[in-house]
Design a protein around this ligand. Structure first.
Ligand code: XUL
Ligand code: CO
Length: 439
């Protein structure tokens, strides 16, 4: 039986690029073949639980604006969680998207003890199991919320109190068990409070060692239970911490190397977090593919005038085209996908706004993917880059990088022929114009 929350809204249809109805898919055509693969399998779109069904529209200056019935004060929290699950699956089906994502605390209320909290999570997971079997909707990833409760105010794995570390381990164990049971394609760790507020009370070496050991235990447990998905870290430079240890892709790579995890953990890269770190989304994606740790993306967009993580829905096709170009160059998604880590503006009160936001953004993403595929098929953008480095393919130059050279041998090469390298154009405007041909 329908909850009635979405009124008589019917599943969103693909109507083609000529459609003038913003509540149709104009580009997101799940069966369309792009570079030999169905669009749905390229993008692996996922709807997140937290922004859609848990956030009430509050900001630091004001409270709830959405007044969702499953958040009403005084209601039974488990009844509310069950209603929320019903509404969530109605929304996934209206959108026709193949995946969802959640934190343990999004789906069920916290109990008096961890055992009670786990029982609540597991009871809602029972409901999910049935709904997933009925609808074919899958779990892109699960995660544990270890940043909202006050026990985590000084960190979870990086807390100075070993009891909090133990509590966090116990909570992650259950979240991984639930993710495994629901056949999750990945497990994500985003450490919002794994950082510091002031160096005056902080021992960074101690905290990094704790975080390194914690992540190793997560990987050990993954192998123990036979979880097939990837373990993903989601970098973010700050907010809520003043400084977060998982600052950006390059920083996390150094951390993974230091703790022997570079072959075990991949990146979940978020557009808004890249901007907070002073990078572009493409930079983070390119860095991850270069280091061999590209995994998945959290799709959103920050407001460039704000200094915080605004989690807008991504609607900018030229930006998305360059992002999916990087994703295609990375070989595309394997276990990962495109998770909408995006929320409505707090004035967008209507249930249909939730639908419109996802439809509009999915369509911009699909348009971006098609543009990126054309960039690949055209070949000139990548061809230019390949040519630019082609000198390194010559045996005598390839040898340099293999270690077969020294400052002395290279000095001899220069001096014997009075070598004077000739600069070549980097052709930035040509490449930018070329990229614009496809968007
Ligand atoms: C926070 C953020 C999280 C993670 C999951 O900025 O992006 O929602 O995606 O914990
Ligand atoms: Co995110």
């Amino acid at each position: 039986m329908s909850t009635g929350f979405f009124g008589d809204l019917q599943p969103i249809q693909y109507a083609g690029p000529s459609s003038r109805d913003p509540l149709t898919y104009r580009h997101y055509n799940k069966d369309e073949i792009v570079l030999g693969k169905r669009m749905e399998d390229h993008l692996r779109l996922a709807v997140c639980y937290w922004h859609n069904f848990c956030w009430p529209g509050s900001d630091p200056f004001g409270g709830e604006t959405f007044m969702r019935s499953w958040m009403a004060a005084g209601g039974d929290p488990m009844d509310q969680a069950r209603l929320k699950a019903d509404v969530a699956f109605e929304m996934f089906q209206i959108l026709g998207m193949p995946f969802f994502t959640f934190h343990d605390r999004d789906i069920a209320p916290e109990g008096k003890t961890l055992a009670e909290s786990n029982a609540n999570v597991n009871a809602i997971a029972d409901i999910f199991e049935k709904k997933m079997a009925d609808t074919g909707i899958g779990l892109l990833w699960g995660t544990a919320n270890m940043f909202s409760n006050r026990r985590f105010m000084s960190g979870a794995a990086t807390n100075p109190d070993p009891d909090v570390f133990a509590y966090a381990a116990a909570q992650v164990k259950n979240a991984m068990d639930v993710t495994q049971r629901l056949n999750g394609a990945n497990y994500v760790l985003w450490g919002g409070r794994e950082g510091y507020e002031t160096l005056l009370n902080t021992n960074i070496k101690q905290e990094l060692d704790q975080l390194g050991r914690f992540l190793n235990m997560v990987v050990e447990y993954k192998h123990k239970i036979g979880f097939k998905g990837a373990i993903l870290i989601e970098p973010k430079p700050q907010e809520p911490s003043k400084h977060q240890y998982d600052y950006d892709v390059a920083t996390v790579y150094g951390f993974l190397k230091a703790y022997g995890l570079e072959n075990e953990v991949k990146m979940n890269i978020e557009q808004g977090h890249a901007i907070l770190a002073g990078h572009s989304f493409e930079h983070e994606l390119h860095m991850a593919r270069s280091l061999g740790i590209f995994g998945s993306v959290d799709m959103n967009r920050n407001d460039y005038q704000c200094g915080w993580d605004t989690d807008h829905f991504g609607m900018n096709v030229p930006e998305l085209a360059l992002a999916y170009y990087e994703i295609l160059l990375a070989g595309g998604f394997t276990s990962g996908g495109t998770n909408f880590d995006a929320k409505l503006r707090r004035q967008s009160l209507d249930p249909v706004d939730l639908i419109q936001a996802h439809v509009g953004s999915a369509d911009a993403i699909a348009r971006g993917l098609k543009a990126a595929a054309e960039m690949i098929e055209d070949g000139r953008m990548k061809g230019f880059v390949d040519d630019r480095y082609a000198g390194w393919q010559k045996p005598e130059n390839a040898e340099i990088l293999k270690g077969g050279s020294s400052l002395e041998t290279l000095a001899e090469r220069v001096h014997t022929s009075d070598l004077e390298p000739q600069p070549k154009s980097g052709k930035q405007e040509y490449l930018e114009s070329l990229a614009n041909l496809f968007v």
